[in-house]
Design a protein around this ligand. Structure first.
Ligand SMILES: [Zn+2]
Length: 319
């Protein structure tokens, strides 16, 4: 087998070879190496090399299947090598990549690239029930509308707790030295904020937040300390600098690469950024790509689901 690709150019060449692609898909979907029929689950299947299909000996119609069946790629007219190239770009471009760039790089339309990228972002969503512990920073921000100077926004958010119409409140939770989770929240009131904290943070953890009143009342369950933004110095451990750095990276990506994100789709961009951030250490480009690909194979998402009910596709698509 050829060595694992290290760059996007090598990845394109690697997956252009069907045998590399086939081995890769089998390793992801069936780690024991036994290809199973998506209809009946039987591993009594034969590989038809010329047709690049498998044939099941079970007693059911349509016994032939490709390695795409049962994945989000199944009903896609786009070939797998293009899907993989797009995934490689999305997980490895530090500041994200727009559907215009993906379209140009892969030789497909911007609209196709947009749908493809959204399916991939869906697959990057890493659900986890494991709670954060240790030293945990929590913070909220507004995303959308015009890109603004951080300091101006900071000042503004102390005056008002509700966002403007086109800005969406987003909550972030970061375990120091570990991972980040972000979620769109309905508002910045106590119920929404504290609900997220309790859902994601182990009781007894050291919790750091700003002085927003919605955090009041957490001290009984957490070692909660409030950051004094008015102070010109950082008081030892008591800061939310990790999350503030994360917000600035996220906002740079959204305003620089995607320009404008519809609120309905925002969570997908949040997931994409969190995936890159959470897998930034001790992973090369291929590892990051492979982990993402392994998350994809079990998920299905149709064109309608990704478009959103009632979303007017004739309107200008976000990037
Ligand atoms: Zn079967």
């Amino acid at each position: 087998m050829s060595a694992s690709p290290k760059t996007i150019q090598e990845a394109i060449l690697y997956f252009a070879d069907y045998e590399n692609y086939r081995r890769f898909m089998i390793e992801l979907r069936w780690p024991d190496g036994k290809v199973r029929c998506p209809q009946c689950g039987s591993d009594k299947v034969t590989y038809l090399a010329n047709a690049k299909l498998y044939k099941c000996y079970g007693d059911h119609p349509k016994p032939k299947f490709s390695l795409k069946v049962g994945t989000i790629f199944e009903d896609s007219p786009i070939s797998l090598d293009k899907w993989f190239a797009a995934l490689w770009l999305i997980v490895n471009c530090k500041n994200g990549i727009s559907s215009y760039e993906i379209g140009r790089d892969l030789g497909i339309s911007q609209k196709s690239a947009w749908h493809l990228a959204h399916r991939l972002r869906f697959a990057l969503h890493q659900g986890s029930f494991e709670k954060f512990s240790g030293h945990v920073e929590v913070d909220e921000t507004f995303i959308g509308g015009k890109a603004r100077n951080m300091h101006v926004e900071k000042r503004a958010r102390r005056i008002t707790s509700t966002g403007t119409k086109d800005k969406v409140p987003v909550m972030g939770i970061l375990e120091r030295g570990g991972k980040v989770r972000t979620a769109v929240i309905p508002n910045r009131r106590k119920k929404a904020i504290q609900g997220e904290v309790r859902k994601h943070v182990e009781a007894g953890s050291a919790l750091y937040s700003d002085a927003l009143l919605s955090y009041d009342g957490l001290a009984g369950e957490f070692a909660h300390q409030v950051v004094d933004h008015a102070a010109s110095y950082v008081d030892g451990q008591v800061h939310t600098n990790g999350l503030e750095n994360y917000w600035s990276l996220l906002k740079r990506t959204i305003s620089g690469t995607y320009v404008r994100v519809e609120p309905y789709h925002l969570f997908r961009y949040l997931d994409e950024q969190a995936y890159r951030f959470n897998n930034r250490k001790e992973m090369n480009e291929f590892d990051r790509f492979k982990l993402a690909a392994s998350q994809i194979v079990g998920k299905r998402l149709t064109w309608n689901e990704v478009s959103g009910t009632g979303l007017d596709l004739s309107a200008r698509l976000p990037n």
